[in-house]
Design a protein around this ligand. Structure first.
Ligand code: KG4
Ligand code: ZN
Length: 357
C-alpha cells in the first residue's frame, strides 16, 4: 500500500457530474489535488426540478470529459492512483449507474481496488477534507433529499437520532422559492431574498417543534406559504415572506438541535463535543449563524464544510474512499447501485423519495 495513497472519487447521484483526486497526508488532512464539479442547473431549470432521464443523459455525455479535466488538473499519473471510489447510493438509479460503471471500468483497467461510497457518508465526512475531526461527533445533514440528526461513531457506524417525517429541508427551500417565482434550485436565491425582508412580517407554523424528539417536519410550512403567496402583490412582500421563512427555519433548527445535543451527550459523555452541519443547505449563512449560537450556548464546537464542499462534489466521495482504502474495505465489480442506500443499516423506509423514519 502506497505511503500517501491517491484516491479518485466520482459523484453522479443527482444533477452534478463530479470527479476529484485527493491524496493522503501525514498531517491527517488529505490534500485536494483537483475537484471538478459540473452542475446541470441550466438543463433542469425550465422543469422546476431534476428530470432523471435528462440528468442521466448529461452524466453520460460529460463523465469522461470531467474525469479527464480532474486528472489533468491534479497532475497525477493514472498509474499512481491507489483506488477508485464512486457513489453507489442513495440517489437516482439512472444517474448513479453512470458514475458507478465508469468507476468500475477505471478500476478494472488500472487493476486497482474499487470502492462504493454512500453519498450521505460523503457529506458526513466532508469537513475531514480541511479539519481534524475525531469520532464520535454529532451530525446534522441537511440537503435536497435528506434532513437528519445522526451520531457518527466511526466509518460506516451511524446512529440516527431524528429525521424529517416529510420534506427534506433543501426541498422546503426549493418549493418555497418556486412559490415565490424563484428559479430552481431556489435555496441560495431564497436566502438572498430573505436579506431584504422583514422576518417578523408573517407568522409561520413550526411543525412538531415540541414533540417527536429530534424529528423534523416541513410540509405544513409549505402549505402555509402557499396560502400567503396567493395574497402577495408586491416585491417587498415576497422579500418579507422569504425572511419570515428563513427565520422560522432557524428557530426550528435552534430548538431541534438543542434536543439533539441532549441526546448526544447522554450517548457519548465526553469533554469536547463536535457538531458537524453538512449538505447543500449548510451553505446557508443564516443557518450557520444560528447553529454557532446554539452550539456556543451548549458547549459544542460547530464545524461546517468549506462552502465549495457543502453541495454535491466528488472530493467528499474520495474522502470516504480514502478512509475505506486504509482499512482495505473494497467492493467487488458486481456492487449494485442502490437508490435508497441508508446510512444506518436499521433504517426503515416509510415512503419513497428517500424519506426515512
Ligand atoms: O447536498 P446537495 O447539493 O444535494 C443533495 O444531496 O440533495 O443539496 C442541494 C440542496 C438544494 O435543495 C439547494 O436549494 C439547497 O441544497 N441549498 C440551499 C443553499 N444552498 C444550497 N438552501 C438554502 N440556502 C442556501 N444557501
Ligand atoms: Zn448531496
Amino acid at each position: 500500500m502506497s505511503e500517501k495513497p491517491i484516491i479518485l472519487g466520482i459523484e453522479t447521484s443527482c444533477d452534478e457530474t463530479a470527479v476529484s483526486l485527493i491524496q493522503d497526508d501525514k498531517c491527517g488532512i488529505p490534500k485536494i489535488l483537483s475537484n471538478v464539479v459540473s452542475s446541470q442547473f441550466d438543463i433542469h431549470k425550465e422543469f422546476g426540478g431534476v428530470v432523471p432521464e435528462l440528468a442521466a443523459r448529461s452524466h453520460v455525455e460529460k463523465i469522461d470529459l470531467i474525469a479527464k479535466k480532474a486528472i489533468d488538473e491534479s497532475n497525477v499519473n493514472l498509474d499512481n492512483v491507489s483506488a477508485i471510489a464512486a457513489t453507489a447510493g442513495p440517489g437516482l438509479i439512472v444517474c448513479l449507474t453512470v458514475g458507478l460503471n465508469f468507476g468500475k471500468a477505471m478500476a478494472m483497467s488500472l487493476n486497482i481496488p474499487f470502492i462504493g461510497v454512500n453519498h450521505l457518508e460523503g457529506h458526513a465526512l466532508s469537513p475531514k477534507l480541511h479539519s481534524k475531526l475525531d469520532y464520535p461527533y454529532l451530525l446534522l445533514l441537511i440537503s435536497g433529499g435528506h434532513s437528519q440528526y445522526l451520531t457518527v461513531n466511526g466509518l460506516g457506524n451511524y446512529k440516527r437520532l431524528g429525521t424529517t417525517i416529510d420534506d427534506a429541508l433543501g426541498e422546503a427551500y426549493d418549493k418555497t422559492a418556486k412559490l415565490l417565482g424563484i428559479e430552481f434550485p431556489g435555496g441560495p436565491k431564497l436566502e438572498n431574498f430573505s436579506k431584504k425582508g422583514d422576518p417578523n412580517k408573517y407568522e409561520l407554523p413550526k411543525p412538531i417543534l415540541n414533540k417527536g424528539g429530534c424529528n423534523l417536519s416541513f410540509a405544513g410550512l409549505k402549505t402555509a406559504i402557499l396560502r400567503i403567496t396567493k395574497k402577495i402583490k408586491t416585491e417587498q412582500e415576497k422579500f418579507d415572506l422569504a425572511a419570515s421563512f428563513q427565520k422560522t427555519i432557524e428557530e426550528i433548527l435552534y430548538i431541534k438541535t438543542k434536543k439533539a445535543f441532549q441526546e448526544f451527550k447522554k450517548l457519548h459523555p465526553m469533554d469536547n463535543y463536535n457538531f458537524v452541519v453538512a449538505g447543500g443547505v449548510a451553505a446557508n449563512q443564516g443557518i450557520r449563524n444560528k447553529i454557532i449560537e446554539v452550539s456556543k450556548e451548549n458547549n459544542f464546537n460547530p464545524i461546517f464544510p468549506d462552502l465549495n464542499l457543502c453541495g454535491d462534489n466528488a472530493a467528499m466521495i474520495a474522502m470516504v474512499g480514502l478512509e475505506k482504502y486504509k482499512i482495505k474495505k473494497f467492493d467487488g465489480l458486481d456492487l449494485p447501485a442502490n437508490p435508497r442506500l441508508p446510512l444506518d443499516e436499521n433504517a426503515k423506509f416509510l415512503k419513497g423519495a428517500g424519506v426515512e423514519l
